[in-house]
Design a protein around this ligand. Structure first.
Ligand code: KIV
Length: 263
């Protein structure tokens, strides 16, 4: 049985946790073959897979088929699914319904952005036996309020607020915390102050694990070069190169060859 609770043991053993986003069956199968520890079906799928300008466009209806497709391909990987925009912020029963639907679609935990009014829902879900991952720092669903994708907690006062919010989330029982785009020094202190694992993205190396968007780390998204990103492949280049090669072969009658044809 896949469970996010093993991440706590990994933190205790000082083993780093690797996580990537995944939105479909095809890539989930590849992640399942790899050593990566876990999958996040992030609401970033609204941007990466559907071309929307931000994650506020990820509705529950949009997310659910992606969660189900990933679950069919993910083997024994732990799957975390994002609670879509406003589902943790509107009425309590919508939050419970959204979390239930994501779990029933195949997720093993849900991720919720913020630590204000969301605390009541998180506490309720945890008490009901549903693992919750928190998300603080740059919370993309609040991008309109934050005024863009900016590094957070840059002042001492803001770092203190962030640290208090992280502690409140731990008190209500989160299984892990995603910390996005905060100074490495701040992330390190928060990771040290919590028992639950802190998974960073743009939060330096002194946290308990890292998460990246799969398409970003594979170099599939041309033109996206935030400071925190490392490209582990040039997928866009490889794919366009392969397509041009195929096109040339077709144009010149070099594909299919005799051995690729039925006699
Ligand atoms: O939706 C997402 O991809 C995320 C990660 C960037 C942490 O929340």
């Amino acid at each position: 049985m896949q469970s996010i609770t093993r991440f706590q043991a990994m933190k205790a053993a000082q083993q780093k946790i690797s996580m990537v986003t995944c939105y479909d069956f095809w890539s989930a199968q590849l992640v399942a073959e790899s050593a990566v520890d876990s999958i996040l079906v992030g609401d970033s799928l609204a941007v990466v897979m559907h071309g929307f300008p931000s994650t506020v466009h990820a509705t529950l209806e949009l997310m659910l088929p992606h969660v189900a497709a990933v679950a069919r391909g993910a083997g024994d990987k732990v799957i975390i699914a994002d609670m879509p925009f406003m589902t943790a912020s509107s009425d309590f029963s919508s939050g419970v319904a959204a979390a239930t639907a994501l779990i029933q679609a195949g997720a093993h935990a849900v991720k919720i952005e913020g630590a204000k009014h969301q605390l009541t829902l998180i506490s309720h879900l945890v008490e009901a036996g549903l693992p919750v991952v928190g998300h603080l720092g740059l919370t993309p669903q609040a991008v309109l309020q934050l005024g863009g994708h900016r590094v957070q907690a840059k002042t001492e006062a803001a770092a203190e607020v962030l640290s208090q919010e992280a502690k409140q989330l731990e008190r209500v029982g989160i299984a892990a915390l995603v910390l996005e785009c905060v100074p490495a020094k701040v992330a390190k202190l928060i990771a040290q102050s919590l028992d639950c694992p802190v998974i960073g993205i743009g939060a330096g190396v002194q946290v308990d694990g890292q998460v990246l968007v799969l398409q970003d780390l594979l170099g599939a998204n041309r033109g996206f070069h935030p400071k925190f990103l490392r490209h582990y492949a040039d997928l866009a280049g490889d794919v366009v190169g392969a397509l041009n090669h195929y096109h040339e072969d077709v144009s010149q009658g070099a594909f299919p060859a005799l051995c690729e044809s039925y006699t």
